[in-house]
Design a protein around this ligand. Structure first.
Ligand code: 13P
Length: 256
């Protein structure tokens, strides 16, 4: 696991899953299982409509709250269907996922929009979780490094390394998301080291403190070997975050 002072982060991305009661029960189980917390930090990212309720359920717990997306616009206005970073902060979010591959591929988010959302998150005082990762075709064509470099540099080049001080990066190979096919610890470590190196070239201190999460079919059975690697500082977990015992096992692996 990441060395030095980096606090491991285990984040659950619920995606478009759950219902009000089911979500409340899941949070209650996680809160009971997490106790007073551990060496790691736990974060839950429910759908927008459950955020305000989740903030109340999480009040007396060490578990943090985040959103899955935000508007690129900062000021309030005529943006039907959008939710601003300020609104997310207002209901108790500390983090927000930016540039998830599902947003990039299903909703056509470009690097430019991702940068705008990253900036909007920072303006609202939220910690952006910047997602990057290659598709299967890109990996097979040997383009992994080029794709991840382009996605990281979109933010670094426009906003500078300083903006990563309160941010998190998540490496999520698209071919590993929801497929049951996890990147091997070696494959993940290689890309995590690449990401840290890109940032270190601009600011070594920020790079050393940056948490880089792995995401893509993380579960209770494979978390420990992934988290054991030097540059893997936690997980961004989809499917397994909907199952309290799986998610707690991952959290314990990160806390150990
Ligand atoms: P799975 O854990 O379901 O593969 O999803 C990963 C993910 O996309 C988290 O953001």
């Amino acid at each position: 696991m990441g060395t030095g002072t980096r606090t491991p982060l285990v984040a659950g991305n619920w995606k478009m899953n759950g219902a009000l009661r089911e979500s409340r029960d899941l949070v209650a189980e996680l809160a009971a299982g997490v106790g007073q917390g551990g060496r790691a930090e736990m974060l839950l990212c429910p759908p927008y409509v459950y955020l305000a309720a989740a903030a109340r359920w999480l009040e007396a717990t060490p578990i943090a709250l985040g959103a899955q997306n935000l508007a690129s616009e900062v000021d309030p206005g005529a943006f039907t269907g959008e939710v601003s970073g300020a609104m997310l902060a207002d209901v108790g979010c500390a983090y927000v996922i930016v540039g998830h591959s599902e947003r990039r591929t299903l909703y056509g988010e470009t690097d430019e929009q991702v940068v705008a959302k990253f900036r909007a998150a920072r303006t609202a005082g939220l910690g952006p979780i910047l997602c990057v990762g290659e598709t299967l075709e890109e990996r097979e064509e040997g383009l992994t490094e080029a794709v991840v470099t382009r996605q990281v540099n979109a933010v670094l080049g426009t906003l500078g390394a300083g903006v990563l001080a309160s941010a998190v990066v998540a490496y999520e190979p698209v071919w590993a998301i929801g497929t049951g096919r996890t990147a091997s610890p070696d494959q993940a470590q290689e890309v995590h080291a690449l990401i840290r190196g890109l940032i270190a070239a601009q600011d070594a201190t920020i790079a050393a403190g940056l948490r880089i999460l792995y995401g893509g079919s993380v579960n209770g059975g494979n978390a420990a070997e992934l988290l054991a690697r030097e540059d893997i500082d936690g997980g961004l977990v989809g499917g397994a975050s909907l199952d309290a015992s799986q998610f707690l096992t991952i959290f314990q692996a990160a806390s150990g």
